[in-house]
Design a protein around this ligand. Structure first.
Ligand SMILES: Cc1cc2nc3c(=O)[nH]c(=O)nc-3n(C[C@H](O)[C@H](O)[C@H](O)COP(=O)(O)OP(=O)(O)OC[C@H]3O[C@@H](n4cnc5c(N)ncnc54)[C@H](O)[C@@H]3O)c2cc1C
Length: 443
């Protein structure tokens, strides 16, 4: 790994990736380890790091076994596994307004675990360590992209970017006064992608009318490695089992101390979120415990609370000549099924697979026709997931007695169909459609 910090410099690379979040950093490794020159441009000043005695981070992700496979192949998973992660072996989802409930278990699916709950910073720090070992990747951190100039194409709807007639390379102007010339630029700069806006790519978007309140909590009863979610009329409340270090886990007679920490994601109305934010600690613990039906007993402690507005967004185009969108820059999804990062990792794996296949055949990295192979493979899966999240939200948000009855009967019905449950679980574990080779289990 090289560091590119000369302010005002003109740089040249094969692929420039804007955004070193989990998705951008993974794509950088997929391409860099295959020998392409990659420049990773990130607004943050320095690479993410993680220390064993650090407090649990409020942002966590449920990574599927398919995502795990991808990170294993990149040499990242071993670092994650040596840091802090919680395998979960069960899932329980139930309706606050009725008796509908559904449970999934690893045992019923013939697997050791359904996935892992991991703090985002742990994954990011492990990715950064692998980037350190990859000489083909150059970091350019502490800068932002101010301008984008794309090669011209008759069929694009670019409005804001400069169109460079006859040019083969994309050009980026950076906030440090420097510039980068690349055969392909990838926008991995998150849900509010500035690059997507610069390229004039529109999004279909709607406000879910919900805000997610997230924090870490300690409960009296152990989580038993089960991810739980209760659907309230105002939105889902998830308790995701967390691993913590001894410094954090305080002794309790009631349960093994380390099993009593969860990361919560409480999706609710903006008014309710503001009210919950303003509560005293004691009042918050009590409301949280009641909202979760005392499932894990007394809520004894909670860390600082953070809120995120929840939007669903889908980019109208994933590619233009010399440009591709991945991760949240392409699609932002409600966190209720914990799929956001996993979808983004799948984008990175498919884009890398297509780029490297094209490169071997002499296709230019920014060739729009070739890039469309990526968008064809990923757009429909992401669109389906976005629709499903909308469906769940509307179904569980409805207070109409008829809808309530149907969803409760439906949950109970599905819970009794073991084969159907197995199919659903396999899908949630990331086994959908044709997986890229980097995500298939090695023999
Ligand atoms: C409350 C909540 C809970 C969630 N829970 C889950 C879960 O359980 N499982 C799951 O899979 N997903 C979950 N998600 C979704 C998940 O967090 C996102 O899908 C994921 O972080 C997207 O990764 P990304 O790399 O695409 O973008 P980001 O993580 O947003 O990274 C973008 C990066 O780009 C950088 N950047 C931005 N603009 C610029 C610029 N102009 N120039 C340079 N750099 C820039 C940023 O600094 C950042 O590092 C959750 C989301 C929320 C809000």
């Amino acid at each position: 790994m090289k560091d590119s910090r000369a302010a005002g410099a003109e740089r040249d690379t094969d692929v420039a990736i804007v955004g070193a979040g989990i998705v951008g950093a993974t794509l950088a490794l997929l391409l860099g380890q295959a020998g392409l020159r990659v420049m990773l441009i990130e607004g943050r000043e320095s690479p993410a790091s993680w220390q064993a005695d650090s407090a649990p981070e409020p942002r966590v992700s449920a990574l599927t076994p398919v995502s795990q496979q991808l990170l294993t192949g990149l040499g990242v998973w071993s670092t994650v596994a040596a840091s802090r992660l919680m395998p979960y072996t069960g899932m329980q989802v139930w309706d606050a307004e009725g008796n509908g409930e559904i449970r999934f278990s690893a045992e019923d699916n013939g697997v050791a675990r359904l996935g892992h709950i991991i703090e985002n910073r742990v994954t990011l720090a492990a990715l950064e360590q692998a980037i350190d070992r990859c000489p083909a990747i150059t970091r350019c951190y502490g800068v932002r992209v101010n301008d984008l100039a794309l090669p011209i194409s008759g069929s694009t709807s670019v409005v804001n970017a400069y169109l460079l007639k006859d040019a083969k390379a994309v050009s980026l102007t950076l906030s440090d006064g420097g510039s980068v010339s690349a055969a392909l630029v990838v926008a991995a700069d998150g849900a509010r992608s500035g690059l997507r806006d610069l390229a004039g790519i529109a999004t279909r978007e709607h406000d879910t009318g919900q805000v997610a309140l997230v924090t870490t909590v300690r409960t009296a009863l152990p989580h038993q490695a089960i991810a739980r979610q209760r659907f309230l009329p105002t939105g889902p409340l998830a308790f995701l089992p967390l691993a913590v270090n001894d410094e954090w886990a305080q002794p309790s007679e009631a349960a093994p101390a380390a099993q009593r920490y969860c990361s919560i994601v409480w999706s609710t109305t903006p008014e309710e979120a503001s009210r919950l934010q303003a509560l005293s600690d004691r009042a918050f613990y009590s409301e949280l415990q009641t909202a979760f039906e005392d499932t894990l007993g007394t809520v004894e402690w909670a860390a600082e609370r953070f809120s995120f507005p929840l939007y669903q967004r889908h980019a109208e185009e994933y590619v233009l000549p010399g440009l591709a969108l991945v991760g949240d820059a392409a699609h932002a999804i409600h966190p209720l099924a914990g799929q956001g990062v996993n979808l983004g990792l799948m984008d990175a794996a498919v884009l890398a697979e297509e780029l490297l296949a094209g490169h071997r055949r002499g296709v230019a990295l920014g060739d729009e026709r070739w890039l469309k192979r990526y968008s064809r493979r990923r757009r429909s899966d992401n669109a389906l997931m976005l629709k499903m999240m909308d469906g769940f939200r509307l179904l569980f948000g409805s207070r109409q007695p008829g809808v309530r009855l149907i969803r409760n009967l439906g949950l109970g019905w599905v819970d009794n169909r073991s084969e159907l449950k197995r199919i659903l679980m396999r899908q949630a574990m990331g086994e959908r459609g044709e997986l890229p080779d980097s995500c298939k289990p090695r023999q």
